[in-house]
Design a protein around this ligand. Structure first.
Ligand SMILES: Nc1ncnc2c1ncn2[C@@H]1O[C@H](COP(=O)(O)OP(=O)(O)O)[C@@H](O)[C@H]1O
Ligand SMILES: [Mg+2]
Length: 198
């Protein structure tokens, strides 16, 4: 890696917030469509979403379809002191959201808590993703602590094609994602079980 995580974060966040709103909306629509067309989505009963901030790809279409098809929707709530995420049931409406840590809209703390092990599909936000499934976040390690507890979940990053880079520094605490959805479609990362080139 030639550039530091910090520098990559800065560049990616700057590029994301500079996106034209129409372009962001179009790319978000296509990325969500790729998720909605996947067998992973069709199979999932319990889905963990996020609410976009700072130019992150929108998830409203996923929330709408989940609601319409009676999937169980969850959202994370940040506990900043412990650097951890609590998962709460969410009805998919803005009425159940409050402004939380880092200015992120989050579910009210009185909504029912859910066990991470119950999640079938997690839609993971990120600052950058690489072709092995490694992910760069904002630096808090929140998802690094959550993902290992989601034993059965399919883990799919949601973002824009420019956020997909060749290689991020892999760290021991990294839990690899299964794929990333962008405006170019759903890219599934190769796993150790896939056939290797000779
Ligand atoms: N599973 C974990 N348990 C405890 N601390 C962790 C865990 N995963 C990551 N961390 C810590 O969280 C911090 C941020 O991790 P990093 O991967 O740089 O951030 P991000 O994934 O948000 O970009 C690091 O100090 C890292 O050691
Ligand atoms: Mg990390």
């Amino acid at each position: 890696m030639d550039i530091s995580k910090e520098e990559l974060r800065r560049r990616m966040i700057a590029a994301r917030t500079a996106m034209d709103p129409a372009d962001r909306a179009r790319s978000s629509r296509l990325a969500q469509q790729a998720v909605l067309e996947s067998p992973e989505w069709a199979r999932a009963q319990t889905v963990l979403l996020y609410i976009p901030v700072r130019g992150e790809a929108d998830t409203a279409a996923l929330a709408g379809v989940a609601r319409a098809t009676a999937k169980r929707l969850l959202l994370p709530r940040v506990e900043q002191a412990a650097r951890r995420l609590w998962l709460h049931r969410w009805d998919g409406t803005a009425a159940q959201l409050v402004r939380g840590a880092y200015g992120i809209p989050e579910p009210r703390a009185d909504l029912p808590l859910e066990d991470p092990a119950a999640v079938d599909l997690v839609i993971v936000p990120g600052v950058a993703f690489d072709r092995r499934g490694c992910r760069l976040g904002y630096g808090g390690g929140y998802y690094d602590r959550l993902l290992p507890r989601m034993l059965q979940a399919v883990k799919i990053g949601l973002g824009y094609a420019f956020q997909l880079v060749d290689c991020l520094p892999a760290e021991p605490h990294d839990v690899r994602l299964d794929g990333v959805a962008t405006e170019r479609g759903l890219y599934r990362f190769p796993t150790a079980a896939d056939p290797q080139p000779e």
